[in-house]
Structures are given as structure tokens and as C-alpha cells.
Ligand binder design. Sequence first.
Ligand SMILES: [Zn+2]
Length: 197
Amino acid sequence: MSSLRADAIREKPLQICWEDAFDRYWDTDELQCVEVICCDNCGHMNVVEFGEAECSKCGHEALTAEGPMMNYFYPLPKYIGTAHKLAEEIGAVCLCAVDHPELGMGLALTGGGMDLSWEICAGYVAAGYLPPTHFSNLPVFAQELDEENKLVLFAMKESLEVEANWCKNRLGNFRDTQKAIYGRHQKAVERKRLKAG
Ligand SMILES: [Zn+2]
């Protein structure tokens, strides 16, 4: 068993129009999108909020946090911490950390074009979560078996096992319900028969 939390196993990507969201929360601090960008001048990893910034180490002024690109939000239920903390945890990847006033904390892609399920799952794992089983059909093409991907495979297997266990418990509860309903029906039939007799 890993120490990853199980709160996101059943999560699904939520569709969101980022343009609308930015229009709506423009000039407020309520919507935060934070990502880690490597300075191409000195290599320093900067935690940058949506927009332009300069490198905190060398002052190089070419850091652009593009913010969310694809219109999906990947929820991190009950995440404890800020978007800055989350961005540091996931590192310089194709994801940004989002703190949305209604949807809560989550991840969003800062790039797109192909199936980025591995990257999204790696983001969940880096944030301390078992990845959602929604992504279990991971694309096999051109995928290297590096340490990060091994971790994703390990975590996804655990997500599926946990979900299977939940399902097994629900099946048990359902059988109890089924038994109770049939039992009540049987008793009602017997009562009627006695009355009629
Ligand atoms: Zn720099």
C-alpha cells in the first residue's frame, strides 16, 4: 500500500471554459493558476502565476505562464495547501495548479495535442493522490518505462484495487437490501394467505 490518498479515485475531468473563468474572476485573487517554469537563462525553477514574470534568481524577463490551455479541470478533492504549494509539488510539467473559487483545487493542462493521461496521473501522484481510474486506459505508444511512469503504473493499479474493493462492499450491501426486500414481500404474501385462509 502506498501513502497516497484515495479521495480522487472516482474523479472525472470537469469541462470548463477558462476564457469565461478568467473574464469572470479578472481583477480578483479568487482564481489562481500557478505553474513552475524553468528559466532558460540560469535554469532556476520559478513558481509563476498566470502572466509574465521575471526570474527570481537572475532577473531574466522572459518567463511566461501560459495558464490553462485545454478546457478541462482535474479536481483534487480535500487538497490542503495553496496553488503555489501544489505547483511546487507537480514541478515543471505540462500542468498548472489551479485554485478555483467554485471548483476548488485542481490541475489543468498548459499544453495539449495528444493524450496526456500519463502526465495528468503523474500530477495526481506528485500531489499525493492515487490517480482517478478514469485514466486507467493509459496509452501504450512510445511510453518510456522510467521511474515516474513506474510510479504511475503502481498507483493506478492501487486505484483500481481500491475501487474494486468499494464495489465489492457495495455489492455486499446491495445483496442485503435485496434479501430484505424479498423477505418483506414473502411475509406480506404469507399474511395475506393466513387472512384468506
Ligand atoms: Zn534565471
